[in-house]
Design a binder for this molecule. Sequence first.
Ligand SMILES: *Cc1c(COP(=O)(O)O)cnc(C)c1O
Length: 422
Amino acid sequence: MKLYNIKDHSEVVDFAQAVRQGLGRDQGLFFPSEIRKLDNIDELLKMDLVTRSEKVLRNFLGDELPDLSDILKRAFTFPAPLVKVSENTYALELFHGPTLAFKDFGGRFMAQALQAVSGGQHITILTATSGDTGAAVAHAFYGIEGIDVVILYPKGKISNLQEKLFCTLGGNIRTVAINGTFDDCQALVKKAFDDEELKKAIGLNSANSINISRLLAQICYYFEAYAQLPEDRRSNVVVSVPSGNFGDITAGLLARACGLPIKRFVISTNANDTVPRYLSTGRWEPKETVPTLSNAMDVSRPNNWPRVEELFRVMGWSLSELAYGAMNDDETRDAMRRLHALGYVGEPHGTIAWSLLQDNLAADETGIFLCTAAPAKFKENVDLILGTDIPLPEALASRSEMKVLSDNFDPDWETLRKYLMK
Ligand SMILES: *Cc1c(COP(=O)(O)O)cnc(C)c1O
């Protein structure tokens, strides 16, 4: 598989290098040089998730990643059920993994892929988290030989449950409660990546969210959704994607580019609506990011958007084909109550996708909205808004009694450097 840097097409790398490197020169994103159409979609739809995903990804990877089948078996260990919500609307539940969010798909595949392409070289993943990304990274890399993970987070500034979820693993996962803010943690991480000697010594890698391996993994569940639709519901399919950094929807568009017959996508955002405003006015005008109920989408400069535009360009599609909408918190609360009245408990992100899907769905169409996190992850708000008392899922409940294993120190560079070196 060849990929080029969107900012400089002369930089071309293979999959292994793109995974190791993350970003190209000038912070440019890597993009596949060739997107081949699959000619056996009907056959693919009859297969199980892992078997089908291998075929879909082989179409990109060629003969790279020879262990793909084993990698997928280890990464995709949980289902992505499609649940009927009303006559022509289905929820794709992507939250049945260890950290209860769709990022488990991309994170777990990336961890396996990175190990496979590292050539036996030792790697240290260093990242700062304000809560959720840390959990996904920790669980994805837990137990992976040859890769150590260090996660920094601001002491006392993440919820107890969040802390329990990723600071109780041990093994190759080290967590550090920093006596400071999230910005202090990020500044420390930045310093580490600027330190060439340290970088070499411990094989520093960021495994960040724009890694191409994540997108490849996410393509797979769009096929899975389609495969679960009843046969008489497979024409005129519209998919609504709750979007923050626009990785998830990029993967969906790539699935379509490979031939999955999705008629239309709906871009669904909260009040951080840079893209909906751009699609309506043609002007790219990011505003200050505002906090919302759907906080994983609190992004005003979505870092995967250049990939969306590149895909439309190479496919000859028009951005005007995209449906879109944005909702504020009051509208989100109201939508959660309306969805609940249909018998479905949704958390803020998936509910925004549901509501904007309803606004953009004709009677002869079938709609799928992506549920990116489990309601229990947002229990406090969900219970408050819906008057429910939703149970903690096993993944959270079993960890809530465990001991937090984090180390603790001040936001001091020399202390962290010594810690990383040992
Ligand atoms: C990350 C995240 C999103 C946004 O996904 P992008 O790929 O960044 O657009 C939506 N919902 C939840 C729960 C998330 O964690």
